[in-house]
Design a binder for this molecule. Structure first.
Ligand SMILES: Nc1nc2c(ncn2[C@@H]2O[C@H](COP(=O)(O)OP(=O)(O)OP(=O)(O)O)[C@@H](O)[C@H]2O)c(=O)[nH]1
Length: 314
C-alpha cells in the first residue's frame, strides 16, 4: 500500500438499511474532504444520486446490475474514468446495492494489480436496520454475508426498536462477526472514529479476541481454532490457497499465527478466495500461539482441524 493512495470506504447493508443516509452524513460531517462517490443500484433508474445532498460532481452511477455480480467490469471502467479525469478527490465512497456481497468489491481494490497503489481499502461499513435485521438474516443469506464482511456495523434506526431489544440484536450481530464494533445509531449519525481507518484497527481486534468463539445463527457459523505449536507457514499458505476456492461459502478467515521464523505475530486475513499476511505485534512470551477464526456456511470443522494440525511443527 502506498502512502498517498486514495482511501476507499465501502457501504453495505440490506435494502433500505440507511446506506444513502449514512453517505450524506459522512459528506456533511467532513466538509474538508473531497469525496468521489460510486452509487450502485439494481433498478433501471438510478435514484440514489438524487438522494445525495450537495454538488453532483464526482458522483458516478452504476445502474441496472449488481456491483458484485455482473458489472465489476463497469466498476473498473468508472474507476479508470475517475483517475484519468480532472476531478480531484481525497476519498472514494462506494454504496453497493442492498443485495451485493461487499467482499468481491473489496477484493477488486485489494488485489487488482492495476489499482494497487492508487486506491487502498479503508474499511467496509455495514448498516443493519435495527427493527428488521434479525428477520432479514433468516430470510436473505446475503444480509449475513454483508454483516460478516464488515469492519464496523452501524445498528441503525434504533429509534424504531425498544431499547430492551438492542442487546438481543447486538448479540446476533456479534456472533456473525466477532471482530466488528457494533454501534447503535439513528440516521447513521456516528463520529468519524467509527467510520475511518477501520482496516488498520481490524487486525488489532483479531489480537484482542482471545476467547474461543463458537456461535450459530441461521446458516452462518464461526469456528475458532487455537494451538500453541508453531506453524509451517508455507504449508499453511499452500493449504489456504486450495481451501478457499473450494469453499466459497467461507466468507472470512482471520487470525494470528505463530511461526518460528518470526518473532512477531503473523496476521492472516482472507477476503473471498484471496488472503494476505501482515506482521503484527511481538509475542509477549518467547513461545507464541495461533488463533484462527473461520466464518461461513457449511464449515467442516473436523477436516479444517485436521488440515491445520498437519501444518503444525511439533
Ligand atoms: N426512523 C428512521 N428512519 C431512517 C433512519 N435512517 C434512515 N432512515 C430512513 O430509511 C429510509 C431508507 O434509507 P436509505 O438511506 O435510503 O437506505 P438505503 O440503504 O440507501 O436504501 P437502498 O439504496 O434502497 O438499499 C429513508 O427513508 C431514510 O430516511 C433512522 O435511523 N431512523
Amino acid at each position: 500500500m502506498q502512502q498517498n493512495s486514495i482511501k476507499v470506504t465501502i457501504l453495505t447493508g440490506f435494502l433500505g438499511a440507511g446506506k444513502t443516509t449514512l453517505l450524506n452524513h459522512i459528506i456533511s460531517q467532513n466538509p474538508q474532504t473531497q469525496y468521489a462517490i460510486i452509487e450502485n443500484e439494481f433498478g433501471k433508474v438510478p435514484l440514489d444520486q438524487e438522494l445525495i445532498d450537495g454538488p453532483k460532481e464526482g458522483i458516478f452511477e452504476l445502474a441496472n446490475g449488481c456491483i458484485c455480480c455482473n458489472i465489476n467490469e463497469e466498476l473498473l471502467k468508472v474507476l479508470t474514468k475517475l483517475i484519468t479525469s480532472d476531478f480531484k478527490f481525497d476519498h472514494l465512497l462506494i454504496e453497493t446495492t442492498g443485495i451485493a456481497d461487499p467482499l468481491s468489491v473489496a477484493a477488486t481494490f485489494m488485489f487488482d494489480p492495476h489499482l494497487q497503489g492508487i486506491f487502498s481499502l479503508d474499511g467496509i461499513i455495514a448498516l443493519a436496520d435495527a427493527p428488521t435485521v434479525l428477520e432479514r438474516i433468516e430470510q436473505e443469506s446475503v444480509t449475513a454475508q454483508q454483516l460478516s464482511a464488515a469492519h464496523n456495523i452501524l445498528l441503525n434506526k434504533t429509534d424504531l426498536l425498544p431499547k430492551e431489544e438492542w442487546n438481543k440484536v447486538k448479540e446476533v450481530l456479534a456472533s456473525l462477526n466477532p471482530f466488528a464494533e457494533i454501534i447503535p445509531c439513528q440516521y447513521g449519525q456516528v463520529d468519524n472514529e467509527h467510520l475511518f481507518d477501520l482496516r488498520k484497527r481490524d487486525y488489532k481486534m483479531v489480537e484482542k479476541a482471545d476467547q474461543p468463539i463458537h456461535h450459530q445463527h441461521g446458516q452462518i457459523r464461526s469456528f475458532t481454532w487455537q494451538s500453541g505449536n508453531a506453524l509451517d507457514l508455507h504449508k499453511f499458505e499452500a493449504w489456504l490457497s486450495m481451501f478457499l476456492p473450494m469453499n466459497p461459502s467461507v466468507y472470512r478467515v482471520k487470525g494470528k499465527l505463530y511461526s518460528k521464523t518470526y518473532d512477531r505475530k503473523i496476521i492472516v486475513q482472507s477476503v473471498g478466495t484471496q488472503f494476505y499476511f501482515t506482521q503484527g505485534s511481538l509475542f509477549e512470551e518467547e513461545r507464541g500461539d495461533n488463533m484462527l477464526v473461520f466464518i461461513g456456511n457449511n464449515l467442516d470443522q473436523e477436516s479444517i482441524k485436521k488440515a491445520l494440525s498437519d501444518c503444525e511443527i511439533n
